[in-house]
Write a protein that binds this ligand. Structure first.
Ligand code: FUL
Length: 405
């Protein structure tokens, strides 16, 4: 649960804090849709179609690491109801697939690969189930809790459980009343460190699937009239679809687009959840792997040439004129968010000019600015709740994507 000790200024729980500091997380959409070439299955898919020719989850984790990603989330069950693990509660799973003669378990291979590579693991479990016959009745809530319990008990520590709010009709044409409270209580009991995303209290959907947070995105949100810590997550796919479709292999987002997403998510105090879908072999396709390598190299490169760093309102003298085009600001969010308005100034020819401005800072704010040559810089805090706990740094980066607008 979020630390609500100070009602006026909420702060993250230790698990939320660790999650926010990861900044880069990855979604992996994989399942029967990978084989039917669809985005939403209808629940009538034959289990036999799920048959990865060469599943290699360590290929996913290697590529994720190269890209700088710290946590991966697998779609254990999507809306079609097909389970990537051999659930005891349904026949509609890998158990009925020819893959590994029905003895395969993608969830197991996934969590093992994450741990072997030092990455955190999370699972997506769709409450909407278009296959399960009990869907639309009370019995489905038991079914769903049973499946959750399997996943939360049999696969070691999980760091995130991701629920979307999709609630369509099941195979009987009925809709389900989800018992969210009981799902959440079960997660808290069985995996107290797992953060509950979207339909849960720990992680907030940013409100679009383009990977873009609002300027001044704040982790402090009002719930029932009270301020609470509810940080934003930006989910977006590296491709047009969430699942792999071979005909989209040439539509992997450009490096420029991904860099822009980085600045508009991580650079706006949010966690990026980038979807990279394995193909029918059970591996990331070559263009995605290449892009992840490029992305990791590019993001690391942004911060390679530091010009100056300072804290709060201190003015830092460079000693000589230096050129910079990237401003990084961070708050010590363990103490909550304090800054509510700031601007960044540089001294050029003896005069201070404003080069960037913003409202909330939080975990990180990044500003891509036009090259400026100056001999000193400072951050002016205009509005702050208490003492500002701000660190800032300036870089001379190689611009990528939209810059300085
Ligand atoms: C949505 C789903 O309907 C999409 O298929 C995808 O899984 C996305 C992340 O969440 O609610």
């Amino acid at each position: 649960m979020a630390n609500q000790a100070c009602a006026e200024r909420p702060a993250p729980s230790a698990d939320q804090l660790a999650w926010q500091k990861m900044e880069l997380t990855m979604f992996c959409h994989f399942g029967v849709n990978t084989y039917t070439d669809r985005e939403w299955g209808d629940g009538t898919e034959d289990e036999a179609i799920f048959n990865p020719s060469d599943l290699d989850c360590s290929q996913w984790t290697r590529a994720a690491k190269q890209g700088g990603f710290k946590l991966l989330i697998l779609t254990a069950k999507h809306h079609d109801g097909f389970c990537l693990w051999p659930s005891k509660f349904t026949e509609h799973s890998v158990r009925k697939s020819p893959w590994k003669n029905g003895r395969g378990d993608v969830v197991r291979e996934f969590v093992d690969a994450c741990r072997a590579d030092g990455l955190k693991a999370g699972l997506y479990l769709s409450p909407w189930d278009r296959h399960e016959k009990t869907y639309g009745t009370d019995a489905y809530n038991d079914y769903f809790r049973n499946q959750l319990a399997e996943l939360l008990t049999d696969y070691g520590t999980l760091d995130e459980v991701w629920f979307d709010g999709a609630c369509g009709e099941g195979p009987n044409g009925r809709k389900q009343t989800y018992d969210w409270e009981s799902y959440q209580a079960l997660i808290r009991k069985l995996q107290p460190h797992a953060l509950i995303a979207i339909m849960g209290p720990d992680i907030r959907w940013v409100g679009n699937e383009s990977g873009v947070a609002g300027e001044g995105e704040s982790s402090v949100q009002t719930r029932q009239g009270r301020p609470v810590w509810h940080p934003a997550e930006c989910d977006v796919s590296i491709r047009p679809g969430w699942f792999h479709h071979a005909q989209e292999d040439d539509q992997v987002k450009s490096l420029e687009h991904l860099a822009d997403i980085y600045f508009k998510s991580v650079g706006r105090n949010s966690v990026l959840l980038l979807n990279v879908p394995p193909d029918s072999r059970g591996q990331f396709a070559a263009p995605d792997v290449l892009r992840l390598h490029e992305f990791g190299r590019t993001i690391r490169g942004l911060f390679a040439n530091e010009i100056a760093q300072g804290v709060a309102s201190e003015a830092v003298e460079f000693g000589s004129a230096r050129t910079f085009n990237l401003v990084n600001l961070q708050e010590d969010i363990a103490q909550g968010e304090r800054v509510r308005s700031y601007h960044v100034e540089a001294r050029r020819n003896g005069a201070w000019v404003t080069v960037a401005l913003g409202t909330a800072i939080g975990q990180r704010n990044l500003h891509r600015i036009a090259d400026i040559t100056a001999d000193a810089a400072r951050v002016v805090i205009n509005k702050c709740e208490g003492e500002p706990l701000v660190m800032w740094s300036l870089y001379c980066a190689t611009p990528i994507g939209p810059w300085g607008q």
